[in-house]
Design a binder for this molecule. Structure first.
Ligand SMILES: [Zn+2]
Length: 287
């Protein structure tokens, strides 16, 4: 569900881009933090035996950088269709606070094959989740375009790390309310703990179209998280790696070793994504 790819120019020029975007700099100024191109992702998918990967760029604050990254991801998706092997399912990134740009860009990207928008990064992109009317206007646009939304989320407690931001379950709730259950929303990194509150009936009622991906799980939780999340949100857990933060082969191995019953593992590794419409033709052929 969750991979990031950037144009080779960003890989080579990370210092320049680190100055252009505060949060990109925080995450990637350090040369040891790996950045991946589309070619890297295709090689990784082949190695991991993956039929499809959802890919998106970095959630830039600047509209022009978003657009350039989207063009790259969309081109990579087309090339993956033509090239055989694993398919790239493209999402697009937009600065959600700039609604005019975001609406036009999402429409354009959808016409070129984007199936979703994200991974959005509220704090890095300056998206004010307390501005309910703006959040509603953005979500209305996402709904009208029939896109899936994915958002970076963080835990309100626990250790600090470079990507930890203010998008806690409490903060993301305005987005879920505005979606009124009609926009599939994928919360990254297991949703920062929101699934626990789905044990409250009124929360579950609004969150029934919220999905949770396992990206970066190895840096955050004990392996039991796979079983707990599969119980808290059955049918709504999606395998994600956060590649290139972790190799896809390793992320899959860790998921397989988490002790899930076979049907829950199959749901995590593809069945739930297919239900959501996230399937490459390669998936359909083998299904
Ligand atoms: Zn993230």
């Amino acid at each position: 569900m969750h991979t990031h790819i950037v144009p080779p120019d960003v890989v080579r020029g990370r210092r320049r881009y680190s100055r252009a975007d505060l949060w990109f700099g925080r995450l990637y100024r350090n040369e040891r933090r790996v950045l991946a191109s589309a070619d890297d992702l295709r090689r990784s998918m082949r190695r991991a035996g993956l039929a499809a990967s959802v890919a998106f760029g970095f959630a830039w604050r600047d509209p022009g950088l978003c657009r350039a990254n989207n063009d790259y991801v969309l081109d990579a998706a087309v090339a993956s269709h033509e090239g055989g092997g694993g398919q790239i399912l493209p999402f697009c990134v937009v600065p959600p606070g700039d609604l005019d740009f975001a609406a036009a860009e999402m429409e354009c990207c959808r016409a070129r094959g984007a199936v979703g928008v994200g991974e959005l990064f509220p704090q890095g992109q300056g998206w004010n989740l307390n501005d309910r009317s703006a959040v509603r206007a953005f979500m209305d646009t996402v709904r009208s375009l029939g896109l899936i939304l994915t958002v970076h989320t963080s835990e309100p407690v626990g250790h600090a790390y470079p990507g930890k931001d203010s998008t806690t379950p409490n903060a993301i709730w305005s987005v879920i309310e505005a979606a009124e259950g009609e926009v599939p929303i994928i919360l990254a990194h297991w949703g920062g703990g929101l699934a626990f509150y789905e044990l409250m009936p009124e929360v579950h009622q609004l969150a029934h179209n919220v999905y949770y991906d396992s990206s970066a799980s190895h840096l955050l939780y004990r392996p039991e998280i796979y079983r707990v999340m599969s119980q808290l949100a059955p049918g709504r857990v999606l395998f994600g790696s956060d590649y290139p933060l972790i190799r896809q082969t390793r992320a899959i191995r860790l998921a397989r070793e988490a002790g899930l019953p076979a049907n829950d593992l199959a749901a995590l590794l593809g069945d739930n994504a297919r239900q959501l419409g996230l399937a490459g033709t390669a998936c359909r052929e083998t299904a």
